[in-house]
Structures are given as C-alpha cells and as structure tokens.
Design a protein around this ligand. Structure first.
Ligand SMILES: *Cc1c(COP(=O)(O)O)cnc(C)c1O
Length: 366
C-alpha cells in the first residue's frame, strides 16, 4: 500500500529494521549516545549552532511538540499572537485557550494567505506581544505560509516566531536565524521519514531559559526535557524503538543530500502529479507557487466524489487523504512523503485515470 497521506509514511527498509532492534535501558550510556546523536543530527539538518540552539526530544505525535512549545515558551508576562488559516492554526488557538495563555488570534479563510497588514496593525497596537505563533506548511490546504516576510515584520516589533513546522521540517527551507524564529516544533513521522509517535522542538536556548514559572505542565515542559537531555538523561521513559527509527532516518537524510535534496525530490514529484492530474481535468485548490512541495490539495471531482475516488484508489494500492473542517467534502489531498518511488507516482496517476475512466467511460465505449 502506497501512503500518499501526510504521515505516517511508507518506511524504508533501514528504518523498519531499526524499529526491531533489541531493547535498551534509558538509564544506560548507550541510550544517552543514541539521544545525543539524534539531537545533534536534528540541529544539523539546518546547520544551526549548537551553542545557540537545542533540539528537545519528546515521545508523542506532532501536536505534543506544538503544545510543549507554546506552553513552555509563551512567557507569563506578555501576549502570544496566533495566526490561523487552517486546522493546525486553529489547533494552536485551542491549545492556548485550554492552558489559558494570554493570547489573541487572527483568523483567515482556509484557502487564503495570512494578511500581513493585519498582523502589522495588531503588532503596532499591542506592544505586549512577544511571540507570534504560525504554521509554516498548513497541511489542511497545502499552503506554505510566507514566514520569511512575517519573520522580518516580527523582528521590527521585537517578537519572535513560534513555528509549527510539523509538515515542513526537512522538506522546505527554514532560515531559523534570518526569519527571527524562536522555536520550531516538528515530528519524526513526516518529512524526516521516520515512524510516527516521536516529536521534537528546535528552540533557541535563550528562549528556553526564560520560560514561565511555575511551569504549565509536568509532562510537556520543554525546559525539564532540555535540562535532562543536556545531561545525557531523560525525565520519563522514552519510546526507544522510535528513537532508533529516527536515528536511522536521519542517517538516510544525510546520505541522500540533506533537506535541500529532499526538497528537490518532493518538487519533482509535486510537479509530475500536478501535470498528471491537470491533464486528467482535475483542478488544484492553490496556485503552484502558494503550495508546499510536500502536499497538494485538489478540488474533488464530482462525480465520482471523494468516497468513490478514495476507495477506487485504495483498491489499486494507494491511500489519498480527505480534508478537514472548512475544506471537508470539497477537496482531497495528495502528499509524497516517505519511501515512494517515481514509478509509484506514475502508477498512481494511471490509477486515478483508471478510477475516473470507470466513471466517465470514453465516448466510443458508451
Ligand atoms: C501533522 C501535523 C501536526 C500534528 O499532528 P499529529 O497528529 O499530532 O502528529 C501539526 N501541525 C501540522 C502542520 C501537521 O501537518
């Protein structure tokens, strides 16, 4: 089964083998070595200075990292501004509300860009805003938000970006220093091609040091994790097999040429799928330049409708993804993460043609 959903991904043979390694105790030096290796490799994906940046590892899905980032770094004094143009922006607002963080939310339509003029106005009106939380790749629509321009704007108002990079880390460009990023949450099971259930936050060390007191969570406090991990230790029992899998996946990323090579590889697949689906008469939700290379959303063909398209493709070995919230029942999504080959993409396009052809038989066959 070829998974074209945005994680979990088809695992490579090396990552699958790593999951089956013998158990080790997390209080032994061999675990500390594994943890250190992963933390350095994650900092190395975007060539960050380990003196200034820390990778903090968590067992949990991507949302655990986003929640840990927001509640550990939003200071007790000062307001958080959350920008939302999709499901994951809304989820950040939900996290902030459930922890009663001082925050305001600017919401935009799910297929529109974040309106930077409105952000600028809000920052100018409220000098207590210290952090701006934003989703880099809003996976619900496939939009890559322009956090480069946003970061420059925030720098002028002395606010740093807290980025949900769960579906862009290792697949899209992220300039941590240049874009005024304070922290970025991500997970192992998307563009890093490891197993789901492990996540992390790359945080500027000076942001970690002035977290709120008292801390807002026992289990999701980044400062606690970072302190233990810097000492070669861990506060709780980690998901060790997932650490092994991420370690193997990071080795593969390096061997394949790093994030830039992965970005080019996704770009090739995205372009091919775009060309192939356009040729079949399907319409993309966003212009190519607004979309990430990781995933594209398409208007649902009627007929056959999402269920029939999904089921027809699944019977042919491919899993596509519906859309949540405001886009539900209107679009379907195709991601190209994981160990998917160029010939899988060609077979996928042929399968779409086949499923649509069963609904719209050629005129001479009617
Ligand atoms: C997948 C994803 C998440 C996290 O979802 P989980 O189900 O908790 O892994 C968060 N943000 C974005 C943008 C995502 O794509």
């Amino acid at each position: 089964m070829i998974l074209l959903n945005p994680g979990p991904v088809v695992l490579s043979a090396a990552v699958r083998a790593a999951l089956a390694k013998p158990a080790i105790c997390h209080r032994e030096p061999e675990f500390a070595d594994l943890q250190d290796r992963i933390r350095s490799a994650l900092i190395g994906v975007y060539d960050l200075d380990p003196e200034r940046w820390a990778a903090v590892l968590l067992s949990g899905s991507g949302t655990a990292a986003v929640e840990a980032m927001l509640i550990s770094l939003a200071p007790a004094a000062g307001r958080l501004l959350i920008l939302s143009n999709g499901t994951y922006g809304e989820r950040m607002a939900q996290i902030a509300r459930s922890h009663t963080l001082e925050c305001s939310v600017l919401s935009f339509s799910w297929h529109d860009a974040v309106d930077l003029q409105q952000v600028e106005q809000r920052l100018a009106e409220d000098s207590t805003i210290r952090h701006v939380a934003v989703v880099h790749h809003e996976t619900s629509s496939g939009r890559r938000n322009d956090i480069e321009t946003l970061g420059a704007l925030c720098r002028r108002f002395d606010a740093s970006l807290l980025v949900d990079g769960v579906s862009s880390f290792a697949g899209e460009r992220l300039d941590f220093e240049g874009w005024n990023i304070g922290a970025c949450a991500a997970s192992a099971g998307k563009c890093l091609h490891a197993a789901p259930g492990m996540a992390f936050v790359i945080a500027r060390r000076d942001q970690l040091s002035d977290g709120p007191s008292p801390q807002r969570s026992v289990y999701l406090d980044l400062n606690t994790y970072c302190r233990h991990q810097d000492a070669g230790d861990t506060p709780f029992t980690p998901a060790v097999p997932l650490f092994y899998a991420l370690d193997a996946a990071l080795d593969e990323l390096r061997a394949q040429g790093g994030w830039e090579a992965r970005h080019r590889h996704y770009r090739r697949y995205a372009d091919r799928i775009r060309q192939g689906l356009l040729a079949l008469g399907l319409q993309p939700l966003l212009a190519a330049g607004d979309s990430s290379v990781v995933l594209q959303a398409w208007h649902q063909p009627e007929p056959p409708g999402y269920e029939a398209l999904h089921d027809g493709l699944k019977a042919r070995g491919f899993v596509i993804y519906g859309a949540p919230g405001a886009l539900a029942r209107r679009v379907f999504r195709v991601a190209t993460l994981g160990a998917v080959s160029g010939s899988d993409i060609e077979r996928f396009l042929a399968a779409v043609d086949n499923v649509l052809g069963a609904v719209h038989p050629p005129a001479d066959a009617r």
